[in-house]
Design a protein. Structure first.
Length: 423
């Protein structure tokens, strides 16, 4: 692949994906939240959920409609089984809920059976020893369950064991500590561990990525206190979103300090009407301000964004922009505070330039050698084709025309298949 230093406005890059959720053989969510709604849904849990999302972490927060009937719904079971982390928010009335206890038993059973999830307990204004030993309000809650009609004692024993096990896991204790500090600590831990897992399993598959990320960071120039807008452009499937995701993660694992951030993905698909633009503005504002912001139409939304964010240092990614209306609804040069950074991914460099984006990073297709390496990593889990597969591999590499997404999809489809399936 050809590389060149960024000139006044443009440089070239090639790469693949960050944590690729869509192609994972198992994961759908990264975090599952287990909590008692009346205690924490509108407060701590809501703030934790929003903070995780701002980190780009996929979160499952159950809907009360899933908690109906006598058994855990299939949807909740699948959500637990397709998560990497479970955060259990143990509040005063958690054990009074039959549903919370059934959910907790399901979580512990899956963890013991598979070892695929990490359980993080948060002791929300309760004593961890009371959880471990089922004392105080927890003892009363279990006693009430034992006296309930249609009681099944073995099931209650299973709930108690699960409750005790989670109580013995080292977690976070909120007593007189600031809740926002705990949220920041938990989000930081999960983000760091997810990125570490990504590095171990997938980073080596990001062909020729390091130097290009470095060039992108130079364009962003995080030390500068001015407001910077950097575009990433290239054809579909070439990896624009991937680069933006990697940069987004890198910023939050660095010492850069922003007052708010948001990664708005798939803007092209999300904004087919004027009402959709208002919804995107609402998403942007609500995530950064950490509260629900109402936007009635996109004209009003422009005024609200300018008013609420003009003094805030923010980091925003607008992914998949394809029209001037989207750009006009979501940012302008005087909307954000000093030190802010905005990344826009777009297939059309002319659209970026006409809206005043002068620093643009161009994503090129992979050259043949790098394309073969990427394809081989997906098809063979090594950097080169296996014996007898090289010519066939080259056929697929040529077909993909250097597009990382196509190379990955083809390679993943052919992984583990016999040579007959390749012809």
């Amino acid at each position: 692949m050809a590389t060149q230093r960024p000139s006044s406005s443009t440089s070239k890059v090639s790469k693949k994906r960050k944590r690729d959720h869509s192609s994972s053989p198992h994961w759908k969510h990264e975090v599952f939240l287990s909590f008692y709604g009346k205690d924490t849904r509108k407060g701590f849990t809501s703030h934790l959920h929003d903070a995780l999302k701002r980190k780009g972490i996929l979160v499952f927060k159950d809907d009360e409609t899933l908690k109906q009937g006598e058994y855990i719904s299939e949807a909740l079971q699948k959500a637990i089984q397709k998560s990497q982390y479970v955060i259990v928010i143990l509040s005063a009335n958690y054990a009074s809920s039959k549903w919370c206890l059934m959910e907790l038993a399901e979580i512990v059973e899956w963890e013991e059976k598979t070892k695929l999830i990490t359980i993080i307990p948060i002791f929300y204004h309760v004593d961890p020893s009371d959880v471990r030993n089922q004392r105080g309000t927890f003892a009363k809650a279990f006693a009430a369950h034992e006296k309930a009609p249609k009681v099944i004692l073995p099931e209650i024993d299973m709930w108690k064991k699960a409750f005790s096990k989670v109580g013995n896991i080292t977690g976070e204790h909120i007593h007189d500590r600031c809740e926002s500090t705990i949220i920041q600590k938990v989000c930081g831990r999960i983000s760091k561990e997810l990125n570490s897992r990504f590095s171990r399993h997938d980073y080596d598959k990001l062909v020729a990525i390091d130097s290009h990320v470095d060039e992108m960071m130079k364009l962003l120039d995080m030390e500068s206190n001015d407001v910077r807008f950097v575009g990433i452009h290239g054809m579909g499937g070439v990896g624009k979103t991937t680069l933006a995701q990697i940069i987004y993660d890198r910023v939050f694992n660095s010492n850069c300090r922003f007052e708010g951030s948001n990664f708005i993905s798939c803007i092209r698909e999300k904004s087919t009407t004027a009402r959709d633009l208002a919804s995107l503005q609402k998403e942007l504002l609500s995530t950064i301000m950490q509260e629900k912001i109402h936007v009635w139409d996109h004209h009003q939304g422009i005024k609200v964004i300018r008013s609420m964010l003009r003094n805030k240092k923010v980091f925003i990614v607008l992914d998949g922009v394809d029209s001037e209306k989207q750009l006009m609804a979501l940012w302008s040069h005087d909307w954000f505070g000093p030190g802010s950074r905005v990344i826009i991914t777009c297939r059309d460099s002319h659209l970026l330039k006409t809206h005043g984006v002068n620093d643009i990073y161009k994503v090129e297709q992979l050259e043949t050698t790098e394309a073969l390496q990427l394809f081989s990593l997906s098809a063979f889990e090594q950097t080169h084709p296996r014996d007898n597969y090289k010519d066939l591999s080259m056929d697929f590499v040529n077909y993909a025309q250097g597009l990382p997404l196509a190379l990955k999809v083809l390679g993943s489809f052919l992984f583990g298949r016999t040579i007959d399936a390749w012809t």
